[in-house]
Design a protein around this ligand. Structure first.
Ligand code: 5AD
Ligand code: SF4
Length: 469
């Protein structure tokens, strides 16, 4: 494809969006547009948006708003809103961002090239929020094209250049759980699993290009394949494990109601599947869990974690928590605090409830005051800080296998004095801890055994096992 210009992509939101932006970059390349990191050079500017919380949505509008002035000076520049906010707002997006050219919904990416051509031919204000069954199925074709190779090798997709060894692969789209606070079922549509052959093909291609770690993504990976009568998620893990070159497999997100013993056994038995599970609990109060429509009780969640730890004693467990959901009292919140004390997660992602008008909870009575939400959020984070540190301290003296990701950005105290001729490297353990260590020879992508010597609130420090220190 002839070179037509440069595209700048700004990604807001979750891992799914990072993956989608990589896909956009490849689709653009397929259509003759190369990705640039320099906004001033761009002929097309895309904001891949997130609508999960109010803040993310505002960030998208404010980024795109800045282009009103630029568009006046450079009228040919094409401004695109893509992803979840685009899907949610449709043509309403033009009301807030008059200078937008294309509103590209979550399932319209494969038609992006066609829309760019239409804008260039003089059409304005294109909205595509149609459904498309084949969204991810075009990926192997795009990845196999020469254009993809040049994108990957010369320019890098979004996080590719920085980190060539770890990649996301979406295995399913949408969600039908309808948690009452969540916009995902409305902006990402019905749950659909990709067929396993297409996933395996994409991962095999990535493995060939040097990728060592795969992060399988879906809103609820445990229900993979169920609606389609395909292989189960545990079986998919077996297949991905067989791909030569892939050394680690991670996945997110798991829903507690669908966490099966088969999956727990797969984590225990498959060497390449990392010893880490992200299992969002959202609240420790049964009353709130019910109002959230989560489909499990506090006790069932605790039992699942107990089963998991019995089978995989060394597993790292993280979770998501929302504080200040409508009608959450101080007692309900205390139950969430108690759950943290009982389970002792390795880490948590905590959020103040954000009212989304398209989600049912926005109509619930007894919305919690913003100040109270922030107060609860801070209390929760403070309590968790203690457990995160405690979990890290428990690892001192242990030897962990680390996938080397690169040089550390921050130097450890005393590093320069004690290790003059060495680089300070960084990587991740299978249980998802960041580990820094000195090394003369470690390269990005190596798996290396590190003996842990020190623990900090958010990272560990150690030495290559067997090295003198
Ligand atoms: N407000 C706050 N947090 C939310 N999440 C999803 N929707 C909302 C909302 N309306 C959180 C949940 C989910 C994570 C990805 O984002 O904890 O697990
Ligand atoms: Fe949203 Fe619930 Fe689906 Fe997760 S499971 S994406 S929180 S509706």
């Amino acid at each position: 494809m002839k070179f037509k210009g440069y595209a700048y992509i700004n990604t807001i939101g979750c891992q799914m969006n990072v993956y989608d932006s990589e896909k956009l970059a490849l689709i653009l390349n397929y259509n003759g547009y190369r990705q640039t990191r320099d906004m001033d050079q761009a002929d097309i500017v895309i904001c891949n948006t997130c609508s999960i919380r109010h803040k993310a949505e505002e960030k998208a509008f404010s980024f795109l708003g800045r282009f009103a002035r630029i568009k006046k000076k450079k009228p040919d520049i094409i401004i695109v809103m893509a992803g979840c906010v685009a899907q949610q707002e449709g043509k309403k997006a033009f009301k807030r961002v008059h200078h937008l050219d294309i509103v590209l919904g979550t399932q319209a990416f494969s038609r992006f090239g066609k829309h760019i051509d239409a804008v260039k031919a003089g059409k304005n204000r294109i909205v595509d929020i149609e459904d498309s069954e084949k969204l991810y199925e075009i990926m192997p074709a795009v990845l196999e094209s020469d254009a993809a190779e040049s994108t990957i090798l010369e320019h890098g997709t979004l996080n590719f250049k920085e980190n060539k060894i770890s990649r996301f692969v979406t295995i399913m789209q949408g969600c039908e759980n309808f948690c009452t606070y969540c916009v995902v079922p409305y902006v990402r549509g019905k749950e659909r699993s990709r067929n396993p052959e297409s996933i395996i093909k994409e991962i095999s291609l990535l493995a060939k290009s040097g990728v060592k770690e795969i992060n399988l993504l879906g809103q609820n990976v445990n229900s993979y394949g169920q609606l389609e009568g395909q292989i189960s998620f545990a079986e998919l893990l077996v297949q991905v494990s067989k791909i030569r070159g892939i050394q680690r497999i991670r996945f997110a997100t798991s829903h507690p109601k669908d966490l099966s013993m088969d999956l727990i056994h797969a984590i225990r038995d498959l060497d390449k599947v990392c010893n880490h599970l992200h299992l969002p609990v959202q609240s420790g109060s049964d009353k709130i869990l019910k109002k959230m429509n989560r489909g499990y009780s506090r006790q069932t969640y605790i039992k699942r974690i107990f089963d998991l730890k019995k089978q995989c004693p060394e597993i790292g467990v993280s979770t998501d928590i929302i504080v200040g959901f409508p009608s959450e009292t101080r007692d309900d919140f205390s139950e969430t605090m108690d759950l943290l004390r009982e389970i002792k997660f390795d880490s948590i992602f905590a959020f103040a409830y954000s009212n989304r008008s398209s989600a049912p909870a926005s109509k619930f009575s007894h919305q919690v005051d913003e100040k109270e939400k922030l107060d609860r959020l801070n209390k929760l984070l403070e309590l968790q800080e203690h457990y995160t540190k405690q979990k890290n301290l428990e690892l001192i003296g242990k030897t962990l296998e680390i996938l080397v990701e690169g040089q550390s950005v921050r130097k450890h105290n005393g590093f320069k004095k004690n290790h003059k001729n060495m680089e300070q490297m960084t990587g991740r353990s299978a249980c998802n801890k960041i580990v820094h260590f000195p090394s003369e020879s470690a390269k990005i992508g190596d798996l290396i055994k590190i003996q842990i010597k020190n623990a900090y609130p958010h990272s560990l420090w150690g030495y290559p096992a067997g090295a003198l220190n």
